[in-house]
Design a protein around this ligand. Structure first.
Ligand code: 5FX
Length: 536
């Protein structure tokens, strides 16, 4: 038993929109510990809703950076209270919600290097940030900055070719421009600018952590082919920005040993390594061990559809990021902002807050919903760039409401028809061999997955851990401790539990949804299309 007591463990953290999560695995890839801190309920002093503050303009969305710091204090204390053996942790890695930005105040590096182990992190870092309300991925207030960046790059398509995406409001470069232009006093003295992922890695490292290629691809600043900052984009965003960001690194990099703060306060081993943190979606790709040909659907605060691609094919819709597991490959991603928060709103309004009744409504309504359809863009949607709720009867007439059970199916079918439509527009072809791998909170609801399977006309698989970003981060921590020449990521994690088949499409699904998809496209064009921001 002594061996088991000393057997190495690997940690994966996920600083996501609504919570901070952690998963611990052993060297056989078994999950031996999971924990989390919910921002709204466990850190009420920050008064967030869904982990964020939506500002009065309805477009600006931020999160208190010190809330993320305090959540880490709470989480590690919870793990300590549960008797977690930090001394067995051989390596740790993590992920963060993509695109969010953290502005470290001058002198913060000194503070990070000299953390007093007798105090909480959130006490020690109280005055270490020059922007206390960090812009996050739900923000859509930087349209002007997007237009300026596209003009500087030579247009939307040129920028997409260079950085993997046209300009998007939530992308970090445009957010940095907005902070510099609207809050010049906060931009006077940043010593460093991090993503949420590299900010979190910095806490563990006790110094500024580099931005990795994969999460760095979500900034409209990184040249996804050269894997370095684009001088055109840096110059168009802020002076000295390259120095503030630091040089980007491969996502597989080992950044260094964990800070002595964690050794002395929690009992981590001095030899515990910190492997570069990355974005939540790249980490999910790792956690799902996504292979070419699979399509991943993450059903979280945002819904995302992503897959592994060998060559970049940027477009005016969707994104191409550097691949987190193989620096020569890429990943394609579509993001839909109105995900779980919208599902929760309809659950609250149509089924009294009950997921059981939500599921019953799906089971009690027919495929195709007798022709009733809906677009539910509670906040400005990313894909397509549109806002508002639009409901239709079987004859394409707009209606003002639907009965509760019909509304539930209209929401879920509408969300998945949108995911499929925009995925197929980007060339994601759903072939007979396609597996849909589902993750995220809603992937634990079999009735929601049945609709996903029917709309995509493909079998849906899930992992037994709904948080693939944490799992992927723990896998990446394990992989990081092995010399890259010896073992590929897939060799290292080949013993991981296989994704389990959960649902297969209804026999009538293809005929119903192939036809419904065309109608959805037509109605979306009619009701929602807004041109992407064009250069001046
Ligand atoms: O904006 C997104 C991806 O581009 C979202 O999926 C965030 O990563 C969610 F945290």
């Amino acid at each position: 038993m002594a061996a088991a007591r000393d057997a190495p463990l690997y940690l994966g953290f996920d600083f996501s929109t609504q919570q901070l999560k952690v998963v611990a695995i052993d060297e056989n890839l078994n999950v031996v510990h999971q924990n989390n801190v919910q921002f709204d309920s466990e850190l009420p002093e920050y008064r967030t809703n869904g982990g964020v503050h939506i500002h009065a303009d309805g477009l600006t969305v931020t999160s208190p950076v010190l809330m993320w710091v305090k959540a880490l204090d709470l989480l590690l204390d919870k793990m300590k209270g549960a008797g977690f053996a930090f001394s067995r942790v051989r390596a740790l890695s993590g992920s963060g919600q993509q695109h969010g930005s953290v502005f470290w105040r001058r002198g913060a590096s000194e503070t990070l290097q000299n953390l007093d182990p007798d105090q909480d992190l959130h006490q020690l870092l109280q005055v270490s940030f020059s922007v206390c309300q960090s812009p996050v991925w739900m923000d859509s207030s930087s349209t002007r900055q997007c237009e300026d960046l596209q003009a500087a790059a030579g247009g939307a398509m040129r920028l997409a070719e260079l950085t993997g995406s046209r300009a998007y409001e939530r992308f970090t470069g445009n957010q940095i421009s907005k902070v510099r232009q609207t809050r010049p006093e906060d931009f006077l003295n940043p010593e460093r600018i991090s993503l949420v992922s590299s900010f979190a890695a910095s806490l563990f490292l006790g110094g500024y952590a580099a931005i990795d290629f994969s999460d760095g691809s979500g900034m409209n600043l990184l040249d996804i082919r050269s894997k370095d900052w684009s001088e055109i984009c840096l110059d168009a965003t802020a002076p000295q920005l390259g120095r503030l960001l630091g040089a980007p690194v491969p996502s597989t990099s080992v950044l260094g040993p964990v800070s002595s703060y964690f050794v002395q306060r929690y009992g981590f081993s001095e030899s515990c390594r910190v492997v570069a943190f990355t974005g939540d979606n790249p980490a999910s790709l790792a956690g799902m061990r996504l292979q070419q040909g699979d399509v991943a659907v993450s059903l979280g605060t945002s819904d995302t559809v992503f897959l592994w691609i060998q060559q970049p094919s940027p477009a005016l819709e969707g994104h191409v990021f550097c691949n987190p597991l193989d620096w020569r490959a890429f990943m394609a991603l579509l993001c839909f902002k109105n995900g779980s928060l919208t599902r929760e709103r309809i659950r609250n309004e149509s089924t009294g807050g009950s997921w059981e009744l939500f599921s019953l409504a799906l089971r009690d309504t027919p495929l195709g919903n007798n022709g009733h359809m809906g677009f539910y863009f509670d906040s400005m949607e990313i894909t397509p760039p549109a806002v508002g709720v639009h409901l239709f009867d079987p004859d394409d007439n707009k209606v003002s409401s639907l009965s509760p059970q019909v509304e539930v199916r209209a929401l879920v079918e509408g969300q998945f028809l949108s995911r499929r439509l925009h995925a197929e527009r980007l060339g994601y072809s759903i072939t007979p061999g396609t597996r849909v791998l589902a993750t995220g909170g809603a992937s634990s609801n079999k009735d929601i997955l049945q609709v996903l399977s029917d709309v995509f006309n493909a079998p849906v698989y899930t992992l037994d851990v709904s948080n693939s970003a944490c799992l992927g981060s723990a896998y990446r921590a394990l992989h990081g401790t092995m010399s890259q020449s010896v073992a590929s990521f897939f060799d290292v994690v080949k013993k991981a539990p296989e994704a389990q088949l959960v649902v297969t499409p209804h026999p009538a699904a293809q005929q119903v949804y192939d036809q419904m998809l065309q109608r959805y496209a037509r109605l979306e064009e009619r009701s929602c299309r807004k041109p992407a921001p064009e250069p001046h």
